[in-house]
Design a protein around this ligand. Structure first.
Ligand SMILES: Nc1nc2c(ncn2[C@@H]2O[C@H](COP(=O)(O)OP(=O)(O)OP(=O)(O)O)[C@@H](O)[C@H]2O)c(=O)[nH]1
Ligand SMILES: [Mg+2]
Length: 226
């Protein structure tokens, strides 16, 4: 089964030399490509991506509207695989979860597989109680629009047909939630993983995306599945 792994990046040059070989190793035997969707990172992320594993990994030097969700939506259009997977560049999502997500789709158990911190076997490492509480609370708020337990997950895999032709709202960081609510899937499975601390580089998370998340939830209400 062909797979396109989509990795949105802003200033992740330090992480790619670790991430790219790890993704490649995790997907040994799978026909896969890795697209690094970069927003003109001043640290040379795109050049590092092109150098790291030619033929497997390539950089998309984005010129359209900036932002994580815009980058992923562009990736959906550029992906050549029958399946697409989304993950962060900072190794918070372990590459070893990718084959387990792919297995869900390949076996027919689901056409959407979500890497989940909030099913048995999943969790987070190194978070303050405040961040743990905020993440749980964000997922609880999302129960209004989806039954997915880790509704704010940034790592998921689906058939490309799930996202093709769907109009996603690119505001905020939570493009996965858009796919969970608006995507054309009929079966979904959550796959446990442990969210690890960022390997290197700086976080881009801030209060801005938290407010955008609340607006996104409001807008998604009318798309809620029965
Ligand atoms: N293309 C693009 N990618 C972005 C942008 N902002 C963040 N990213 C990438 O999106 C992924 C998630 O961003 P992070 O900064 O790790 O956000 P986070 O995981 O919520 O925060 P931390 O736990 O502190 O790492 C990373 O791979 C970032 O490089 C952006 O504006 N454009
Ligand atoms: Mg991160």
């Amino acid at each position: 089964m062909q797979l396109s792994v989509l990795v949105p990046t802003f200033c992740e040059a330090e992480n790619l030399p670790v991430l790219v070989p790890a993704v490649r190793a995790a997907l040994a035997g799978v026909e896969a490509e890795l697209l690094v969707l970069d927003d003109a990172s001043p640290d040379g992320t795109a050049d590092v991506a092109d150098r790291t594993a030619p033929g497997f990994c390539r950089a998309i030097r984005r010129t359209g509207p900036r932002g994580l969700s815009h980058a992923v939506i562009e990736g959906f259009r550029l992906a050549r695989g029958e399946c697409v997977a989304i993950m962060d560049a900072d190794l918070q999502h372990p590459p070893e979860v990718l084959p387990r997500l792919l297995e869900v789709v390949a076996s027919g158990r689901g056409d959407l597989a979500v890497a989940s911190r909030y099913v048995p076997g999943g969790g987070t490492e190194g978070w303050s109680w405040m961040r743990r509480w905020m993440s749980r609370y964000a997922c609880r708020l999302a129960r209004r629009v989806t039954a997915v337990k880790d509704a704010t997950s940034g790592c998921f895999l689906c058939r490309r047909s799930v996202v093709e032709g769907v109009e996603f709202d690119p505001r905020g960081f939570k493009i996965g939630l858009e796919v969970m609510v608006k995507g054309r899937w009929s079966k979904m499975e959550e796959v446990p993983y442990v969210f690890r601390p960022r390997r290197a580089g700086a976080s881009k998370a801030s209060l801005g995306p938290a407010f955008a998340y609340l607006a996104q939830l409001r807008a998604l209400k009318r798309h809620k599945r029965a």
